[in-house]
Write a protein that binds this ligand. Structure first.
Ligand SMILES: *[C@@H]1O[C@H](CO)[C@@H](O)[C@H](O)[C@H]1NC(C)=O
Length: 467
């Protein structure tokens, strides 16, 4: 027997090399649970986003809840078949036990409602901050087209980012472990715990611990000793505060503070340390240099703030430079009032992000360029000889979605989004070349960033909300 497994050790340790292709997957349960939980989660995420004190939703709760509902349906529903009217199709109400594939698919459907569409921030911002009316259809189209376009792009790059055995998506392995623990029957060895027992213990204790920092003792999010010792020193607060300063010597006992640098449980150590090095360089070397050497009068502004400021150090008054009729920047008013300033941290962080953008392109070209090129040649020559075990199982057991579907979807969304920005009285003030430029950027950046996330688990581009 030839050793036939994934080239990545973490994958070999987590993902089985067998597949039971007879498990029912697209069952009535999958559709009912998947679609309803998607709608519910989308509503909740969007609803909670507007709270001052945001409630982050975690996927663990739906993951366990849906398993319970799925098992309940399997235990109670009769094994009858329903005939779908006007088609010859029949669906079974209860095709046996709720299986691992159904569970995973339900969660995939549910979690597509989990993240809030990026464009859905635009609409309330225009209404609340700038008091502009928007055509509801235009708003709906903007959100839908920009969101669905992402699926088109994802499909176009699928063969590089999913089919390649070297793209192993570290965070996904956490899910694989969870599903296996929840579904695989395991015999308990003497003196050892089964996966599900271990999972239950960790889940209960981490929940118990989570309640403490979040409800009873929020200050352990950052224990800033310097601030307690030098209570009235501004410099000590700037250096020592873990919330609004550099956080030197400040300790966080809250997992959300720790996982700021990506999830250290899922991501490979080299990626976490790499990120830590960048963090130290940016926060403890460059930002203090910029601030205390007073570059661009940086000391007039807070060292650490997402806000925007005017020359005198006050909050920037947007209404003074906004032409309220045309809703555009009034250049002469801007020159009269003040240039726009940001905190030292924000300036440095923008600089690092732009550098990271180009660094990513160069890194991926140098380190992954060869394997991407081979993947491309192999995919276009349609010989699947050197595929790894998992890709081969997928290819042999299931039909894949034709590339052309994704391309058609992408082109349809592109056309619709151009209609959206050019129609409706040009409410979004974006010329259609803006859409084309955005698509071109995605086309250039998606592959390198996808490779980075798929191999390190880190997402390095964060959005900064500027009020
Ligand atoms: C901002 O500018 C507008 C227009 O000049 C003025 O009416 C308003 O009072 C200013 N707001 C603040 C907070 O200074």
């Amino acid at each position: 027997e030839v050793h036939d497994d994934s080239p990545i050790e973490e994958v070999r340790l987590t993902v089985p090399t067998t597949d039971n292709k007879d498990l029912p997957v697209l069952t009535l349960r999958t559709w009912v649970l998947g679609l309803s939980s998607c709608a519910l989660l989308a509503f909740l995420s969007e609803f909670f986003m507007y709270r001052q004190n945001q409630i982050g939703l975690d996927s663990t709760l739906p993951q366990l809840g849906l398993l319970a509902v799925g098992r309940l349906m399997a235990a109670t529903l009769p094994a009858k078949s329903l005939r779908i009217p006007w088609t010859g199709w029949k669906v079974s109400l209860n095709p046996g036990p709720f299986n691992i594939k159904e569970h995973a698919l339900v969660m995939i459907l549910a979690s597509s409602g989990f993240s809030i569409p990026y464009a859905s921030a635009v609409v309330p911002q225009m209404k609340v901050f700038y008091h502009r009316e928007i055509n509801p259809w235009a708003a709906l189209l903007l959100i839908q087209t920009s969101q669905v376009m992402g699926y088109g792009f994802a499909g176009v790059f699928m063969k590089f980012l999913v089919d390649s055995p070297y793209m192993w998506w570290p965070a996904t392995l956490v899910d694989v472990s969870t599903y296996r623990a929840l579904h695989e029957v395991e015999v308990r060895q003497k003196g050892a715990l089964t996966k599900i027992q271990f999972f239950a213990i960790v889940a209960v204790s981490s929940f118990a611990y989570y309640v403490v920092p979040n409800y009873f003792f929020p200050s352990i999010t950052a224990l800033s000793f310097a601030c307690w010792i030098w209570k009235s020193s501004i410099t000590a607060q700037q250096i020592g505060s873990g919330i609004s300063g550099l956080g030197l010597g400040s300790i966080g006992l809250d997992w959300s503070t720790i996982s700021m640098i990506g999830n250290p449980m899922a991501n490979p150590a080299f990626a976490t340390f790499n990120r830590l090095a960048g963090f130290i360089l940016m926060l403890y070397v460059v930002t203090p240099l910029v601030y205390w050497r007073n570059v661009y009068n940086a000391r007039r502004f807070p060292i650490f703030s997402p806000g925007t400021f005017d020359e005198a150090g006050g909050k920037y008054n947007i209404s003074r430079v906004l032409d309220s009729k045309r809703f555009e920047l009034d250049k002469s008013a801007y020159e009269e009032y003040s240039p726009l300033y940001m905190s030292a941290f924000l300036v440095v962080s923008y600089g690092f992000h732009f550098a990271a953008l180009i660094a990513t392109l160069v890194h991926v070209a140098l380190y992954n360029g060869r394997s991407i090129w081979q993947q491309y040649k192999q995919a276009s020559s349609s010989s699947s000889r050197s595929d790894d075990i998992h890709t081969r199982l997928m290819k042999n057991n299931y039909k894949s979605i034709p590339q052309s579907w994704f391309i058609v979807l992408l082109l349809m969304m592109l056309g619709l989004s151009i209609l959206t920005v050019e129609g409706f009285g040009k409410q979004f003030q974006l010329p259609f070349v803006g859409i084309l430029l955005a698509c071109a950027m995605v086309f250039i950046l998606l592959l390198p960033f996808g490779v980075l996330v798929a191999t390190t688990g880190l997402v390095s581009l964060r959005s900064h909300r500027i009020n």
